[in-house]
Design a protein around this ligand. Sequence first.
Ligand SMILES: [Zn+2]
Length: 169
Amino acid sequence: MHCSWVQERLVAFADGELSPGEATFVGEHLDGCEECATLDAALRDVTPAPSLAVPPEVLARMAAAVDEAVMAALDEPIVAAPPGMAARWGRWLRRDRDLSNGAMVGYGILLAACVGWGVSNWIAYQELQQEITNARPVAAAAPSSPATIDSDDYEPASYSPDASEENWR
Ligand SMILES: [Zn+2]
């Protein structure tokens, strides 16, 4: 059998020092061979696990680094400054947007053109009205005497059925 070959390599197997092919072979052999598996378990029991203890000087360096990081963090403002108006508008614009930048710019130009057209029309209308006001003759704008009805032409706003019938006939 392969038992002696496997047993010579159990320590190296436990330390992960075997080649992948050898490790696979040893692992499969341990699954099927109770004697080697028992020896492997016994070896693992007596083999001290690698120490995870950290040397004191390393611990001291880590503590110093942590202290430094904490002090630096304490110097930072706890509450972040609120974003500026432009940043907030920029974020709002980007949030639900499903358009390319080019399309956005295009729509922006189109909108600006429409608004500009409306504003220019309004200005032209104001200028035209000003011209009409200026061209209006002063006499017509301010008549010398108020419009009156001559007493001969004056008829009281009375109503009688007979008179109205006569007028209509
Ligand atoms: Zn064996």
